[in-house]
Design a protein around this ligand. Structure first.
Ligand SMILES: [Zn+2]
Length: 326
């Protein structure tokens, strides 16, 4: 089943399929946490299913559906970024391996075992090294009959233009807040308003936050409010360095953006960290606008450098010093 906010995209593709004009390469792009990977797998499963229903949904019980579920369908490949084979890091740099791509090319060039489509899904396609992306071009330029490549990316601008231009782009967006809250409560996730704001409206990200990352955010908030309690935030650097860098940096960016918003727009400003409004307002009273924007740039640069391994303890010490000095 696709998510309720993906119906339009599904109908569009179902129409294209009925009219026999489905592209050979699709790029699903949009914010993280909107269910693009799930959608790509559902589409692949449906196209390979031997008895899909009228709306084009997979039956879930035929041989093909079972093989996909078991990860052994001969006409289906799923690629995703993996850490370097020798990495022991808690925050490893992930990339799509060229060997996995070679295996995919082989599978796509062979005759279909079931007489239908041969499909490959490449998750986080922007994490392909340049060399790998170049090798993909050939497949995009000379697609075999009944082959389908589904590229998924939350950062499509990191993909080479030569790749993007050869794919039919399908955009995914975050649903209306009310719809997201309804889906989250139906999935058993409650008290979601802060999580949904931190996730910028992306329901899956909000759910993941509530289920797996609430403690990390609490620690970050404690570190950022340490000064107000007369403590040093630097004491938190070591713990923060143990936690997932991407989440924490995004939250820190929102935190500093909130501060900037309060300083430029006053108390009417809408905040991501609405639950921390009092602490942020107090900090805004004694912060320097120029330094706040400098810190904002510093965090942004770190987020953009997410493919580069850094000393995380040092990174957090630097950030917390900058934070204390604004
Ligand atoms: Zn089926």
């Amino acid at each position: 089943m696709i998510y309720p906010w993906q119906n339009l995209q599904w109908q569009q593709l179902a129409r294209q399929r009925q009219q026999d004009r489905l592209a050979h390469a699709l790029l699903f792009q949009g914010p993280a946490g909107t269910g693009k990977k799930h959608f790509a797998r559902e589409l692949a499963t449906a196209l390979l299913c031997r008895q899909a229903d009228d709306s084009g949904m997979a039956c879930g019980s035929c041989e093909s559906c079972s093989l996909i579920r078991a990860g052994t369908h001969p006409d289906f490949r799923l690629l995703k970024p993996t850490p370097p084979a020798t990495s022991t890091s808690k925050n490893p740099v992930l990339s799509i391996k060229i060997d996995a791509l070679r295996d995919m090319y082989r599978a796509l060039s062979e005759t279909s075992q079931f007489g239908g489509y041969r499909i490959a899904v490449i998750e986080d396609a922007d994490k392909m090294p340049v060399q790998a992306a170049n090798s993909l071009l050939k497949t995009l330029e000379e697609p075999g009959k009944d082959t389908l490549l589904l590229l998924v990316s939350s950062h499509p601008h990191h993909l080479p233009v030569t790749i993007r231009s050869r794919c039919q782009v399908m955009r995914f967006q975050v649903p209306e807040t009310a719809a997201a809250i309804e889906w989250l409560s139906e999935s058993g996730v409650n008290d979601v308003s802060t999580a949904l704001r931190l996730a910028h409206g992306a329901p899956l990200l909000a759910r993941n936050f509530v289920e797996n990352h609430a403690e990390e955010r609490e620690l970050l908030v404690r570190a950022l409010n340490a000064g107000a309690r007369g403590e040093s935030s630097l004491a938190y650097a070591q713990k923060l360095a143990q936690m997932p860098r991407d989440y924490l940096l995004t939250w820190l960016l929102d935190w500093v953006s909130d501060l900037g918003r309060l300083m430029t727009c006053g108390s009417d400003a809408e905040l991501v960290n609405e639950d921390q409004r009092k602490a942020l307002e107090a900090r805004a009273m004694r912060a320097d606008t120029g330094k706040v924007f400098d810190l904002h740039d510093q965090i942004n640069a770190l987020i953009k450098a997410d493919g580069i391994a850094l000393n995380l303890q040092l990174l957090w010490e630097n950030l917390l010093i900058s934070w204390e000095n604004i």
